[in-house]
Design a protein around this ligand. Structure first.
Ligand code: HEM
Length: 301
């Protein structure tokens, strides 16, 4: 069995894609927002979560475009991120979600290989196509997300795309049973991607203004669901889509205002979970949490 890489090789590989000192290693371009999370009345039938018993809770949210370039065009066909912290009275809950149902790789080894293959070759200044081809032969799991991203334009708004956890988490029911589920945030505004004309005509930065205008009409809403697996859906591979159609409503996230750069120094941790939710055995989730801790320290130095 191949030994999984430690956190430093993954962070170095991300940083080699062009990180900027003092900034996040990826998802650099982003905006902070505030709002609250209103739990669904029925949530207790699915999971016993003390944090959600206290009614609507304040939430800090960061929307982002994937990648290490702070000036990346917001029309780029790559991942959008929505990270949020739900502030409970005694504990908090971070959800760090992306705009596709899957992530780049099945395992840390495969993700490291993907990142290294896509780094610029020091001799040419661009990634080496032969290295990419060799990587893709060894790790076909990393072909799925790029194909999905290329299949449609970027979201026309941070409020018009769903967001997904890609990892499974384990929810403890009042009956003592642990149920696996992935998290999904569905936008009330529906899913809308840029038209061809918008892809040509919009400036590279439009998302903040778009959200400002949208908020003049009232809060932006996302319905949060726990997506249940169908038989055979993998619990430990975030590069595989799930076939499971059943979704349990957990509550509604309302975004009420943009909040400048107030969340820039926060580190949203995919394993900051309230009592009643546990990480699954997904090795990517473990690796990821370690890298976030190292990345957070590195950008504060
Ligand atoms: C082993 C796999 C992964 C690694 C090594 C990794 C690494 C990172 C790092 C270093 C950051 C910057 C953290 C900071 O400085 O605060 C980051 C941010 C982010 N990542 Fe990942 N990531 C991984 C997997 C994922 C997955 C599976 C998702 C979602 C399903 C995801 C979504 C995000 C988002 C949304 C942000 C921006 C968070 C914010 O706005 O503060 N990442 N990632």
């Amino acid at each position: 069995m191949t030994t999984p890489p430690g956190r430093q090789p993954l962070l170095d590989a991300l940083t080699h894609l062009g990180a900027h000192a003092g900034r996040r290693a990826t998802h650099v371009r982003g905006y902070c927002a505030v709002g609250h999370f209103a739990p669904d009345d029925e949530v207790a039938h699915f999971a016993d979560l003390a944090i959600l018993r206290d009614g609507p809770l304040p939430a800090t949210v960061r929307f982002s475009v994937g990648g290490s370039d702070p000036a990346i065009s917001e029309k780029t066909r790559n991942l959008r991120g929505m990270a949020m912290r739900v502030h409970g009275v005694h504990e908090s809950y971070d959800l760090v979600l992306v705009s596709e149902p899957i992530f780049y790789a099945a395992t840390p080894v495969s993700y490291l290989s993907y990142l290294e293959a896509h780094a610029a070759d020091p001799n040419t200044g661009v990634p080496d196509p032969l290295r990419i081809a060799a990587h893709e032969l060894r790790h076909p799991d990393t072909l799925r997300l790029p194909a999905l991203l290329a299949s449609h334009a970027a979201p026309s708004s941070y409020a018009s795309t769903p967001y997904h956890s890609a990892h499974a988490f384990l929810f403890s029911g009042a009956d003592g049973v642990m149920r696996p589920a992935r998290m999904v945030a569905e936008p009330e505004a529906g899913t809308r991607y840029l038209s061809e004309a918008q892809e040509r005509q919009l400036p590279p930065a439009f998302l903040e203004h778009e959200m400002d205008e949208r908020l003049l009409q009232g809060p932006i809403r996302f319905q949060l669901y726990a997506q249940l697996p169908a038989v055979g859906d993998p619990l430990d591979d975030p590069s595989m889509p799930w076939q499971g159609q059943e979704r349990v409503p957990l509550g509604v996230l309302l975004i009420t205002a943009l909040a400048d750069n107030s969340c820039d120094f926060m580190t949203f941790m995919p394993t900051r979970l309230p009592a009643g939710i546990d990480p699954s055995d997904d090795p990517m989730l473990r690796a990821r949490a370690n890298v976030y801790a190292a990345a957070s320290l590195a950008r504060r130095r």
